[in-house]
Ligand binder design. Sequence first.
Ligand SMILES: Cc1cc2nc3c(=O)[nH]c(=O)nc-3n(C[C@H](O)[C@H](O)[C@H](O)COP(=O)(O)OP(=O)(O)OC[C@H]3O[C@@H](n4cnc5c(N)ncnc54)[C@H](O)[C@@H]3O)c2cc1C
Length: 420
Amino acid sequence: MKPVNDTEHWDVIIVGGGIMGCSAAYYMSRAGLRVLLFERDTPGSAQSGRNLGFVRQQARDFREVPLAMGAIRLWQDLERDLDRKLGWYQGGNIVLALSEDDIAQQFAWQKEAQGYGLDTQILSAAQVAGKLPGLAPGSNVLGAMFTASDGRAEPAQATRAFLDAAVEHGAEVILGQRVSKLETAAGAITGVRCAGRLYRAKTVICAAGAKSAALLRSLGIVLPQEIIRATVAKTEPLVVPFPHCVSCPMTGIRQAADGSLHLSVAGGEYDVRMDSVRYARWYMKVRKEQPEASRINYLSPLRGILSRGAPPPLADIPPTSDCVPPNPTRIEQALTETTDFFPAFSNLRVRASWAGYIDTLPDMIPAIGPVSTTGGLLVATGFSGHGFGLGPMVGRVLSQLIQGKQPGADISQFSPERFG
Ligand SMILES: Cc1cc2nc3c(=O)[nH]c(=O)nc-3n(C[C@H](O)[C@H](O)[C@H](O)COP(=O)(O)OP(=O)(O)OC[C@H]3O[C@@H](n4cnc5c(N)ncnc54)[C@H](O)[C@@H]3O)c2cc1C
């Protein structure tokens, strides 16, 4: 990479080297735009390199389904387009149903999904057993929702692949530097401030994951963004293929490209911080309705001091400066549920574990698109725990918007200004 000269002028500056920022950098630089991307740590060091790697359309809010379907179309050709391995495998996604209520909800979802042309099916218990031969006979599974066109990919590898391909198309990148401010004049973006310097562009994309709300706040944009610390465990390699991504009631299971199983329990720890007070009113309803989704950790402000910073880096997970330790209780929960449903996995040992901060918005759908009060500013954040699979399509849509083209999916429901 050549050194970046801050006296220049870019077409687009992107803040954040997660999957959103990196895929946007790729599609924009491929379209001939001059792009500069800032990443405060390493590419994929936050959520994008730490997630479970499900790439799914099913069980989403219907407002996201067109984006998710567009993303799958891109994922299918992405290894060829980027000329890199991404661990992409289109083995389908299975959500187990354990009650008549689950089945009824899955049927209702599938019926609506048919209107979008999605290939979701509802499987009988016998069909589930056929697809998952290791399923415990006494597991009380009544059926499942199954979407064959869903898939999986390697999170860190895919994020890095987008960035490397963007650089090949001419994108410039500054790593290890935090953007401290989005700069404006007369109601329009002029660039970003980093280490005291102004980097100029008429268009800036804020794709800073959990740090987006703080950057946008200084421009008067309200984004009640919260964070949940979610844990992932990686087992030793499984000798047989486990082709489908599976959601048990609480645990997601994916086989990684190296054969290991990656396990993650839904929800996680809610680490109290300054913004907890600022945004409390937005989350009262969801906390009341889903108390099990996150456990409040009042001691989190002390953790950074007591633990002396971030956990040690793991070989295949990009390092972060966040203090984000995995929770051993969640690992136990994930292992217990996995072996309850798949007894043959009871001998698998956990080789590694890590955590990541999921950024959420109160309505659990993202903020994507322009901000009317600040010309030239676009936002892509708040993916609420399911943005990895959408990443390629979000980058493409941002690129289309910036070129004045019709976006390839409807994003009208995702306005970053919907919180007032
Ligand atoms: C444990 C876990 C499991 C998940 N499982 C799935 C899954 O199976 N499937 C799925 O689709 N999604 C999943 N997700 C969600 C998914 O990972 C995210 O929705 C997605 O990665 C968000 O990407 P992003 O680019 O918006 O944010 P991030 O990946 O968080 O990237 C934002 C980047 O911005 C950088 N940054 C922040 N502030 C600044 C600044 N001021 N200057 C410069 N850089 C800055 C950060 O360092 C970071 O790298 C999971 C998330 C977690 C944590």
